[in-house]
Ligand binder design. Structure first.
Ligand SMILES: [Zn+2]
Length: 137
């Protein structure tokens, strides 16, 4: 029996396909409005600040900090059940996007993580895309 797999996003949806395509090259793309400079993440067709549709793609360095996090100690999902305890965190990227992800690479997420901690992206490779996870910097 094979190990349970992480559920993956659809990489072909119109609004997010360019983001997922860039992850194949381990690039973290986000958008910025050319009209009002609002940072937009997740990717979409219009600015969340002014509704303008003239958005520019940019590439983040992959560096950020933990805005907040929670530690999951129980899961009934076949994949995540084998990951507990694990940290689910909002990460503020240095360039402005805020993403919900996991912080990996720590032995004890209850004691090894803190709000404001510096993290850097850690790509989890899959066939059609890479998942941006984070690890302590
Ligand atoms: Zn705007």
């Amino acid at each position: 029996m094979s190990d349970p797999k992480r559920p993956l996003p659809r990489a072909d949806e119109f609004d997010t396909r360019d983001f997922w395509a860039a992850t194949k090259n381990k690039e973290f793309k986000y958008q910025q409005c050319s009209n009002c400079e609002t940072i937009i993440f997740y990717s979409r067709r219009h600015c969340t600040g002014c509704t303008d549709g003239n958005l520019e793609w940019k590439t983040a360095t992959g560096k950020g900090t933990i805005y907040t996090f929670s530690v999951v100690r129980q899961s009934y999902h076949p994949f995540f059940r084998n990951q507990v305890p694990y940290a689910v965190a909002w990460i503020d990227m240095d360039e402005g996007p805020r993403i919900l992800s996991n912080v990996v690479g720590v032995t004890d997420p209850l004691n090894d993580l803190k709000i404001g901690q510096a993290v850097t992206v850690e790509w989890e490779e899959h066939e059609d895309l890479c998942i941006p996870l984070f690890k302590p910097a």
